[in-house]
Write a protein of this length. Structure first.
Length: 192
């Protein structure tokens, strides 16, 4: 089957799926775009600044190869995305940046977004990714974790669920969660 019949899923959708599966329905089936908040705008700006700093750092870096902004895709995984950074440091480490304070524990969606990027990197270079790292720009702190096979299986499960929601056009049931307060689809969700 061609890619047109089975478009690749952007890795950012994995994060949204773990935030709430109804978002997949609103964005991919109904084609709705979430309302952009001031926080989102600030996050994009900070991301762009960080990329700018990266290009300067590259020139002065000593040891430990770094690869920035890798556009990767895999038909086998059914995924595509742009990886913020991959570091070669006694094995591969995938880095994702978030414009947020460092939480006590990362959000599930952030974890699995990084694991999905790691799987794309593995598929591209044929080597296992050892660790994932989430950098929280607001507090200039990070969380690092091992990438396990169980996490990889979880991502494959999420890809399957996302495809089911999109292809069968069935909205997941409403289930209130803490994220509802700041959800960009809140205004439509309560009426569906
Ligand atoms: S308002 Fe709540 S239930 Fe509705 S899409 Fe957003 S997070 Fe999901």
């Amino acid at each position: 089957m061609s890619e047109d019949e089975h478009p690749l899923i952007p890795v950012s959708l994995i994060r949204q799926f773990y935030y709430c599966p109804r978002i997949v329905y609103f964005s991919q089936v109904l084609g709705l775009r979430e309302m952009t908040t001031e926080l989102m705008k600030a996050g994009k700006e900070e991301h762009a600044k960080e990329e700018d700093r990266d290009s300067r750092r590259k020139r002065v870096q000593l040891g430990g190869e770094r690869y920035h902004r890798l556009h990767l895709r895999s038909e086998r995984l059914g995924l595509e995305g742009v990886v913020d950074m991959v570091i070669e440091n006694k094995g591969l480490v995938v880095v994702e940046r978030k414009y947020a304070e460092r939480p006590r524990r990362p959000l599930k969606g952030h974890y699995y977004q990084v694991v999905a990027y790691a799987m794309l990197v593995e598929s591209e270079c044929g080597r296992p990714v050892r660790k994932g790292r989430i950098v929280y720009l607001k507090s200039r702190a990070s969380i690092e974790f091992e990438i396990t096979d169980e996490m990889r299986r979880h991502v494959l499960w999420a890809v399957k669920r996302i495809k089911e929601i999109v292809e069968e056009e069935v909205i997941p049931p409403y289930s209130p969660r803490p994220g509802c307060r700041t959800c960009g689809y809140r205004s439509v969700c309560l009426y569906v």
